[in-house]
Design a protein around this ligand. Structure first.
Ligand SMILES: NC(=O)c1ccc[n+]([C@@H]2O[C@H](COP(=O)([O-])OP(=O)(O)OC[C@H]3O[C@@H](n4cnc5c(N)ncnc54)[C@H](OP(=O)(O)O)[C@@H]3O)[C@@H](O)[C@H]2O)c1
Length: 350
């Protein structure tokens, strides 16, 4: 292999053993991000154990079809609230990627995120893993109404917990508490912790079902939402997010948070990109604040750590969105565009 080969470089940088000999575990392996983490690890030659609450469920079948899965992937049953199942899943693993978490605002699921993370860190340490990579969210970073709109947000920033609670952003509260728990427990147990902090993650799915962030795109594309909110969001490509996890694992010096964000867009801009890429769809065209309040301003992030320390390059959002939509079309998640148009016109004439 040439010295310019990124895989050869990654292997040279990786923890003690060559990647091809290492066993690593991914929690929530069948989900949107988890599946891409598994795929990236297999591509780099790792032996992978993926956890799911029901590995035999057909929603996880795509994992076994991944390249290298036949030889190097096993699936095992684990629930993050069941420590014994986690210990069994992490046995002999060099590293653990803790991706599993409910993506939900249901307060009853907060313990799955928080106590589940405590259990994962401790089971990983009990079983002698050297490194834990934890998937946080930019919801733990940017939610603070008192921050100057000119601020550049980086890994030192945290959301305002009370504000998230007051505004019923339970998911953000859960991710903040889970990340803080991971940090404290990993320090207590002497485990190296790297935290990947993605924003709204888009791009093609490996699993068949629509996940929450892909639905975020679909509902504007199909005009399922009559209006879009006067709001901004940050976006990242799922393939970059997965690569960030593996790069953070492979760099022995990688510790702490790595923001993983490619672009920040007002919903009007998101709709404009979708309309430009897919003019055949009835993309939502009206803002809920039309003629009212001023447009929400985009905030800025610095992903210097991910770029410089991990060597991560970001996929342009336009390509992510294009690939996401093509994938949804191929899975039958979107009605053919012509039916969409007819539905839209029918609704408009009511
Ligand atoms: N997608 C985004 O835009 C985004 C952005 C930032 C951060 N994140 C974070 O990325 C991670 C994955 O999100 P995703 O979008 O890939 O979500 P997803 O497709 O809904 O996957 C979530 C995974 O969590 C697992 N899970 C849920 N409850 C569990 C429990 N009690 N025990 C074990 N596993 C459980 C599910 O596994 P089962 O198969 O067992 O149901 C599923 O595989 C989450 O930590 C999320 O907070 C996502």
């Amino acid at each position: 292999m040439s010295s310019d080969d990124p895989l050869a470089k990654a292997k040279a940088n990786s923890n003690d053993k060559g990647a091809e000999q290492q066993l690593v575990c991914v929690t929530g392996a069948g989900g949107f991000i988890g599946s891409w983490v598994v795929k990236e690890l297999l591509r780099r030659g790792y032996r992978v154990r993926g956890t799911a609450r029901d590995p035999a469920d057909c929603k996880n079948a795509h994992l076994l079809a991944l390249e290298g899965a036949k030889e190097r992937l096993t699936l095992c049953r684990a629930d993050v609230l069941d420590r014994d199942s986690l210990r069994a899943a992490f046995a002999d693993c060099h590293g653990v990627f803790h991706v599993a978490s409910p993506v939900s605002n249901d307060p009853e699921l907060v313990p799955v995120a928080v106590e589940g993370t405590r259990n994962v860190v401790n089971a990983a340490a009990d079983m002698g893993a050297r490194c834990l990579v934890f998937t946080s969210s930019y919801g733990a970073v940017h939610m603070d109404p008192n921050r100057s709109p000119d601020a550049v947000l980086d890994e030192t920033c945290w959301s305002d917990y009370d504000y998230c609670k007051r505004t019923q952003n339970t998911y953000c509260c859960a991710k903040m508490l889970a990340e803080r728990t991971a940090t404290a427990e990993a320090a207590r147990r002497g485990l190296r912790l790297a935290v990947v902090v993605p924003s709204v993650t888009t791009g093609p799915a490996l699993q068949r079902a629509l996940n929450v962030s892909t639905h975020h795109v679909a509902r504007y594309l199909t005009g399922a939402r009559d209006t879009y909110p006067n709001a901004v969001a940050a976006y990242a490509d799922v393939r970059d997010v997965a690569r960030a996890h593996v790069l953070a694992y492979e760099r022995p010096a990688a510790r702490g948070r790595y923001l993983c964000i490619a672009a920040v867009l007002h919903r009007a801009e998101l709709a404009a990109v979708l309309r430009d890429l897919f003019p055949q769809y009835p993309v939502t065209a009206r803002c809920e604040d039309d003629g009212g309040k001023p447009m929400a301003r985009p905030y800025r992030f610095s992903c210097r750590r991910a770029k410089e320390e991990l060597g991560l390059e970001f996929t342009p959002l336009r390509k992510s969105l294009y690939d996401a939509v093509l994938c949804m079309q191929s899975r039958g998640h979107l009605l053919p565009a012509i039916q969409q148009q007819q539905r839209h016109h029918q609704r408009a004439s009511l």
